[in-house]
Design a protein around this ligand. Structure first.
Ligand SMILES: Nc1ncnc2c1ncn2[C@@H]1O[C@H](COP(=O)(O)OP(=O)(O)OP(=O)(O)O)[C@@H](O)[C@H]1O
Ligand SMILES: [Mg+2]
Length: 284
C-alpha cells in the first residue's frame, strides 16, 4: 500500500507561486507551489519549510496521520518535498534572518506540503480590528461544528498546543478543517524533548477553550463532552491502520532514544485520551 504521506522529488515540482504574506501571522516560511502528485495529479499546495533537526516536521506528520485515521476533515493530501533552494524565489532574503540561518548551510530544503482547501483561517477571515464580539461569534460557530467534540479529543491525544482559530480553516457555517500540526507538546516552540513527554499531562488544549470564549453560561455542554469522549474511545481501534506508517516516519526522522520515547507517549495517550478528557471535564 502506498504511504499516506509520500515523499516527492524535485521532478514533481511544477512551479513556485508565492510566499505567504507575513501579515497572515504565520511563523514559519510558507509558500504556495504546484506539484504533480502521483495519486492526486496536478495539485496546488501550501508548503512549509522545516529544519529537519527540529521536531516541527515529525509533529506535522504524526498530526496529519492521526487526524486521517480518526477521519476528521483536513487537507486531502499531505506530502514531503525536497527542493533545491534555487527553485524557491527569493530564498536568499529569508536566509538573511537569524531565525532561518539553518537554511544557509543547505543545498536543498525539506517542505511539508498540504493540498489547498478552499477556506479562510477562522480568525483572520474577519477584517481587523477584531472585536470581542467577533471572537465570541467564531467561538460560538466553532462549538456548534459537528466535529468539534472529536477535534477536542484529537488534540488531547496528540497534545496539540497550538490550535488557535487560525489553525482552523473555515469552510462554511459551522464547518471547519484542521490544519497545522507543527506544534505538539511544547507551546513555546516546535521542539520538545523527552522530559516534556508525560502521557498523563493535560497540555494546553486551545480548541477546547472556544467553549469558554462563547457568550454562554454553561462552560462545556454535555453534548460536546459526550461527543469528545465517545470519539476518544474509538482512537485505539481507528489508529491501528496507520501505526506502521507512524513507526516508519519516527524511525526516519528521530534518533532512536527519542523515537522509542515518542512512540510510547503516543501509544499511551491514544489509550488514555478518554480518561484525560474525563479529568479535564471533571466527570470522574
Ligand atoms: N492546505 C491549506 N489550504 C488552504 N490554506 C492553507 C493550507 N495550509 C495553510 N494554509 C493557510 O496558510 C496559513 C499558514 O499555514 P500554517 O498555519 O500551516 O503555518 P504556520 O506558519 O505554522 O502558522 P502559525 O502562525 O500557526 O505558526 C494558514 O493559517 C492558512 O491560512
Ligand atoms: Mg498556523
Amino acid at each position: 500500500m502506498p504511504r499516506i504521506i509520500q515523499m516527492l522529488n524535485e521532478k514533481a515540482f511544477v512551479r513556485f507561486n508565492n510566499w505567504l504574506a507575513s501579515d497572515d501571522h504565520h511563523v514559519n516560511p510558507v509558500f504556495i507551489g504546484e506539484f504533480n502528485h502521483p495519486i492526486a495529479g496536478h495539485t496546488e499546495a501550501f508548503c512549509k519549510l522545516y529544519n529537519p533537526l527540529e521536531k516541527g516536521l515529525i509533529n506535522e506528520i504524526v498530526g496529519y496521520l492521526i487526524t486521517y485515521a480518526i477521519g476528521l476533515k483536513q487537507p486531502e493530501y499531505a506530502f514531503l518535498s525536497v527542493l533545491p533552494k534555487e527553485r524557491l524565489n527569493e530564498i536568499s532574503k529569508l536566509e538573511k534572518s537569524s531565525t532561518y540561518k539553518w537554511i544557509r548551510e543547505k543545498k536543498s530544503v525539506i517542505c511539508f506540503c498540504t493540498s489547498r482547501l478552499d477556506g479562510h483561517s477562522a480568525a483572520f477571515h474577519l477584517k481587523p480590528p477584531i472585536t470581542e464580539e467577533a471572537i465570541t461569534g467564531i467561538a460560538d460557530d466553532v462549538s456548534k461544528w459537528n466535529e468539534y467534540g472529536a477535534s477536542i479529543a484529537l488534540d488531547e491525544n496528540i497534545a496539540h498546543v497550538d490550535r488557535h482559530f487560525n489553525n482552523l480553516l473555515r469552510l462554511g457555517k459551522q464547518s471547519y478543517a484542521l490544519i497545522d500540526n507543527g506544534r505538539l507538546i511544547n507551546e513555546k516552540s516546535e521542539s520538545w524533548n523527552l522530559s516534556m513527554l508525560n502521557s498523563k499531562q493535560l497540555y494546553n488544549n486551545k480548541i477546547l477553550q472556544a467553549i469558554n470564549l462563547r457568550k454562554c453560561n454553561k462552560p462545556a455542554t454535555d453534548d460536546i463532552i459526550t461527543k469528545a469522549v465517545l470519539s476518544a474511545e474509538m482512537h485505539t481501534e481507528k489508529i491501528k491502520p496507520i501505526e506502521s506508517e507512524v513507526t516508519f516516519w519516527l524511525n526516519t526522522l528521530l534518533p532512536e532514544i527519542e523515537n522509542d520515547g515518542f512512540k510510547k507517549f503516543l501509544m499511551d495517550r491514544t489509550k488514555d485520551t478518554p480518561w484525560l478528557l474525563k479529568q479535564r471535564f471533571k466527570v470522574i
